[in-house]
Write a protein that binds this ligand. Structure first.
Ligand code: CTP
Length: 208
C-alpha cells in the first residue's frame, strides 16, 4: 500500500524570529513511517520541523507552517491508499506576520490569532483513500475522539493521552473506526505501537 504520513509540529510565524509552535516531537509519525517501510509499504512523509533522522526508504517532504502542510497533503493525497495525519497542526495562526522583529516595549502586547485551515476537514467525502486522524486529548478521550471521527470525516481516529504521547518515547492508543469497531494498543515504545498500528490498519483497509 502507499502511505502518506504527516508528522511533527507546525510553526506559525509571528515575526522573522518568532513563531507559535507546540510540543510534538514527530516520534510517533516517524515510527509509523518506519514501521510501514518495514512491512513493505511505500511511504511519503510530510514532516514539520523535528529533530529526527530521515527514516531509510522514506520520501520526506519538509514543511514548516500549517498552510504548507495543507498544500503538501493536497498535492500528494491523490496518490496514496492511506493518509495518516499524525502531525500536530496548529489550530491558530497570527492574523498577520510582522515583517520586522517586534521590539520590546514596556506595555501589554496583544497577538490576534485566526483559525488555520483544517487539513482533514478539507478532504473530499468521496475519495479512494482511507483517512486516519489523530486525537491528542487530556480528558474525555473516547468522547472527543468519536466527535473528531465524525466532524473531520475520518475513517478511523487514533486517540491518545496528549500527556503520554506528545514528547516521550512511549505511547498507548485506542483506535476508533467509523463502523464502530475499536482496537487498543497498550503502553509500549512508539516503535512497537507503530508496528501494531500498521498491522491493524492493513487488516482493516483490506476489509473496506
Ligand atoms: N488537523 C488538521 N488540520 C488542522 C488541525 C488539526 O488536519 N488545522 C488534524 C490533526 O493532524 C489530527 C486531527 O486533526 O489528525 C486532530 O487534531 P487536534 O488538534 O487533536 O484536533 P482539533 O480539531 O484541533 O481539536 P482540539 O484541538 O479542539 O482538540
Amino acid at each position: 500500500m502507499r502511505f502518506l504520513i504527516t508528522a511533527g509540529p507546525t510553526r506559525e510565524p509571528i515575526d522573522p524570529v518568532r513563531f507559535i509552535g507546540n510540543r510534538s516531537s514527530g516520534k510517533m509519525g516517524y515510527a509509523i513511517a518506519e514501521a510501514a517501510i518495514e512491512a513493505g509499504h511505500e511511504v511519503v512523509l510530510i514532516s514539520g520541523p523535528v529533530d529526527l533522522p530521515r527514516p531509510p526508504g522514506v520520501a520526506v517532504i519538509p514543511v514548516s507552517t500549517s498552510d504548507q502542510m495543507f498544500d503538501a497533503v493536497h498535492e500528494h493525497v491523490r496518490n496514496c491508499d492511506l493518509l495518516v495525519m499524525s502531525a500536530a497542526v496548529a489550530d491558530y495562526k497570527p492574523v498577520a506576520v510582522f515583517t520586522k522583529k517586534i521590539k520590546k516595549r514596556d506595555a501589554k502586547l496583544l497577538l490576534e490569532l485566526i483559525p488555520t485551515r483544517d487539513v482533514l476537514a478539507s478532504l473530499p467525502k468521496n475519495r479512494k483513500y482511507f483517512v486516519v486522524g489523530f486525537a491528542a486529548e487530556t480528558d474525555n478521550i473516547e468522547t472527543n475522539a468519536q466527535k473528531k471521527l465524525l466532524k473531520k470525516n475520518c475513517d478511523a481516529v487514533v486517540a491518545n493521552d496528549a500527556r503520554v504521547g506528545m514528547e516521550g518515547d512511549e505511547n498507548e492508543v485506542e483506535i476508533f473506526f467509523r463502523d464502530g469497531e475499536k482496537k487498543t494498543i497498550s503502553r509500549a515504545p512508539k516503535k512497537i505501537v507503530a508496528r501494531e498500528l500498521i498491522k491493524i490498519l492493513k487488516m482493516f483497509v483490506k476489509k473496506v
